[in-house]
Design a protein around this ligand. Structure first.
Ligand SMILES: NC(=O)c1ccc[n+]([C@@H]2O[C@H](COP(=O)([O-])OP(=O)(O)OC[C@H]3O[C@@H](n4cnc5c(N)ncnc54)[C@H](O)[C@@H]3O)[C@@H](O)[C@H]2O)c1
Length: 362
């Protein structure tokens, strides 16, 4: 059995990744190490209670003792590092938390892995790997005619979130270069799909629309993002873990770049079809333009040629098929979502920030 530590496994992508791995890799045991911040929700994995291949540890990646114990107690050979503060809007309001978790937390994990695999690694069978999940936002913002980012594009992060992720990427690379830690990094575009926290653009629009609430769109809604269905992302990470070379970085994108307004309108027409409630249809009439976010990046686009060429990955979902699956999931799982939106930390944040400023980061 291989023993994988998945940090941030109670978050959006981590939850999807654990489902993916436990269903596809029968030879892997997963330890989900998560602090359960406002964004962490273990309910999405409750079906694995009692499963000998799954264990949950409530722990903080910034706490060296907790990380050391998690590695040693579970003979960890692979670390898949998702844990982070991930919401751009929150990073603008409170950047220090992002520096602590994303930079210090990643450094703590790297150092613990270096020590553990260096001192006791010889006793742990199999290959070791530290895989770090990062974002396209480290590259900044593209002008309309500029080509999509490759792995060689320069880092130019604009938000505190993006800068903290850039800092963590540099640390991962440096630990690989300096200490020979077997690291890989992936920089991916905006994910969407099941289990996403409802402060992010797509779930927020779905949930507001079904409840007849305004659908706030930042500025002119013409910000362009590259959208990746989360299942495609999970498959890409698994392929990197299985076949990617230590020291390498891989860009992962959904190979589509719609404007945010197009995303919102597509969700509205899906809801017109799936929930034809005459009091809210057409859902598009709920769209409300609100003041743009400070320093809002205009365009992101990822060039995924390398992972396609070297690892044989390409996305299986188009924007249309992925959005349909996502809308259907949120409609079928309203109890799950309701539990999240009823939480006081979510409500307070939305009341204090979202209703006044509108919009959403991803
Ligand atoms: N969501 C996206 O579109 C996207 C795009 C590119 C990259 N990423 C990256 O992917 C990763 C996962 O993103 P997500 O959207 O699933 O995030 P998320 O906010 O949904 O989940 C983050 C998880 O990390 C946990 N966490 C936070 N601080 C922690 C700490 N100190 N110790 C342990 N656990 C902690 C939270 O409890 C939560 O479960 C992040 O590193 C993010 O930067 C996300």
């Amino acid at each position: 059995m291989a023993n994988w530590l998945v940090t941030g496994g109670a978050g959006f992508i981590g939850t999807n990744f654990i489902h993916h791995i436990l269903s596809i890799r029968q030879d892997v045991t997963v330890v989900n190490f998560d602090l359960l911040t406002y964004a962490g929700n273990p309910d999405g994995l409750s079906m694995y209670a009692g499963n000998p291949r799954y264990r949950f540890i409530k722990g903080d990646i910034c706490d060296r003792k907790q990380v050391d114990a998690a590695l040693r107690d579970n003979c960890i050979d692979t670390i898949v590092h998702f844990a982070a503060e991930s919401h751009v809007d929150r990073s603008i309001l409170g950047p220090m938390r992002f520096v602590m978790t994303n930079v210090n937390g990643t450094a703590t994990l790297l150092d613990a892995a270096r020590d553990y695999w260096g001192r006791e690694g010889k006793d742990i069978p199999g290959e070791k790997r530290f895989h770090h999940i990062s974002t396209d936002e480290v590259f900044g913002s593209l002008k309309p005619d500029e080509p999509a980012w490759t792995e060689a594009s320069p880092y130019m992060p604009n938000s505190p979130y993006a800068a903290s992720k850039a800092g963590s990427d540099h640390l991962v690379r440096a630990y690989g270069h300096t200490y020979g830690l077997p690291v890989t990094i992936s920089n991916c575009s905006n994910n969407y799909g099941p289990y996403q926290f409802p402060e992010k653009l797509i779930p927020l629009v779905i949930l507001n629309a079904v409840n007849g609430k305004p659908l706030p769109v930042y500025g002119d809604g013409q910000q362009i993002r590259d959208w990746l269905y989360v299942e495609d992302h999970c498959e890409a990470i698994r392929l990197i873990l299985e076949k990617g070379k230590p020291g390498e970085t891989y860009n992962i994108g959904g190979m589509n770049q719609p404007a945010n307004l197009t995303i919102v309108k597509t969700i509205c027409s899906l809801l017109d079809e799936l929930v034809p409630d005459p009091s809210f249809c057409p859902h598009e009439k709920l769209i409300t333009y609100v003041q743009d976010r400070p320093g809002h990046d205009r365009r992101y686009a990822m060039d995924s040629t390398k992972i396609k060429r070297e690892l044989g990955w390409s996305p299986k979902y188009t924007l249309e098929t992925g959005l349909r699956k996502t809308v259907e999931w949120y409609l079928a799982n309203q109890d799950f979502v309701q539990k999240l939106t009823d939480r006081s930390d979510f409500k307070n944040w939305m009341d204090e920030n979202y209703t006044e400023r509108g919009g959403s980061s991803k």
